[in-house]
Design a protein around this ligand. Structure first.
Ligand code: GLA
Length: 384
């Protein structure tokens, strides 16, 4: 098991078996994409794939890290100001140290070893899982007494300010607040959240991994954010009280954005429609109408692909195959976009046949190997 491999490695490197062990999961998102940074609604869940992180305080002010999956170590200190590493991965940890210090907290030196089984680049938020894992661990280790929501906010800020990706709050929130067999409807404006059971008999969440590195994701992601803000500004000229797309209706967009800038209208109307899909989709879940929920997933994909333009040929192809297959209730591009995974709501009994049929077709059509995972919904960040 991964957890014991991490503990063992920690013992090997640091000759100590007193480390605290934290598990922090990745996430899936059923519906509600690109809505979090628009103060909208999302419907994510934590998964059974996670980062396992062992940590122990040191008596000096050094930070010693070891990333098992990369076989790389990093050495630094907690002396402020914390400077980013030239490598990418230590920054997820250093950024959290920087956040904690920014709150006036004293972080002592620490040793840390981690590994994970969240597929990298698959849009399942391994970075949010790592950020949550380290903030959770340091909070425990140094007795800061931070509540989970404060930790989530600082994980997000660390990613925004230290790593440099202007992501929303969904990934960190889902990873921290996940509950077994439940999806979370999060209102990203108020941060109110409600759990909905998701354990439909005979249905599974199948993740089809395009194996496309979503390299466009961060630049285009920031462009989408700006386009949404531009839409809000146009509406504000007529409705000064409007603060985000959350306060905007399709009618406002048709009246005040469509005539000025069609592309901005396209982006903003997707977001407004996607929010409505999340709300209606949770009603479907409450009624147990998974077929209606699945149709909303397809509609979400349509919008992501045509209006928001964050899909890619590989994801579109996979969704098209899903649409034509028996036993697939819904499918769509998941996460930031431009690759990663599609999330499919599928009858359990058709999964093997479906994957066996489309994997060779995918290889032929896209010249890539398809990977797939079953998304099992699990608990959020915790000590184990
Ligand atoms: C990425 C970001 C999230 C969210 C999604 C799109 O995963 O990290 O905050 O915006 O994209 O829904």
């Amino acid at each position: 098991m991964l957890a014991s491999r991490v503990t063992k490695k920690f013992q090997e490197i640091f000759a100590s078996d007193g480390a605290l062990l934290v598990r922090s999961p990745g996430r899936v998102n059923l519906i509600g994409e690109h809505t979090d940074y628009n103060n909208g609604f999302v419907l994510p869940a934590a998964v059974d794939k996670a980062i396992y992180l062992a940590v122990e305080p040191r008596t000096d002010d050094e930070i010693q890290l070891f990333a098992m999956d990369l076989d790389q170590s990093y050495r630094g200190t907690v002396r402020p100001p914390i400077a980013p590493s030239v490598w990418h991965w230590p920054n997820y940890i250093l950024g959290i140290v920087d956040q904690l210090q920014g709150m006036g907290l004293t972080v002592g030196g620490f040793n840390c070893v981690f590994a994970g089984d969240i597929p990298l680049g698959a849009g399942m938020s391994s970075s949010a899982a790592l950020e949550n894992a380290i903030i959770f661990a340091l909070n425990e280790l140094f007795g800061f007494g931070l509540d989970p929501l404060t930790m989530v906010r600082h994980s997000q800020r660390s990613e925004n300010e230290f790593v440099g990706l202007q992501c929303g709050i969904m990934d960190m929130f889902a990873s921290m607040f996940g509950r077994k067999d439940q999806v979370i409807r999060l209102d990203c404006q108020t941060l109110d959240y409600t759990y909905f059971p998701f354990s439909a008999a005979g249905l599974r969440l199948l993740l089809l991994d395009t194996q496309v590195e979503h390299s466009l994701a961060s630049s285009e992601y920031n462009v989408r954010r700006l386009q949404c803000e531009a839409g809000v500004k146009l509406v504000q000229k007529h409705y000064p009280g409007v603060k985000s797309l959350r306060d905007v209706s399709l009618e406002m967009l048709s009246a005040h954005v469509a005539p000025v800038d069609e592309l901005i209208w396209q982006r903003c109307s997707f977001v407004v429609e996607e929010n409505a899909r999340v709300l209606a989709g949770t009603e479907d879940l409450q009624r147990g109408d998974l077929a209606a929920f699945g149709r909303k997933m397809y509609a979400s994909h349509e919008g992501l692909s045509r209006k928001y333009e964050v899909s890619c040929p590989e994801s579109d192809w996979l969704v098209e195959q899903a649409r034509e297959a028996d036993g697939v209730l819904g499918a769509r591009q998941m996460g930031g976009g431009f690759g990663g995974c599609t999330i499919n709501l599928v009858r359990e009994d058709v999964i093997d046949g479906l994957v066996a049929r489309i994997a060779p077709l995918y290889r032929k059509a896209m010249n890539r190997e398809l990977k797939w995972y079953i998304g099992q919904i699990g608990n959020g960040t915790s000590i184990i």
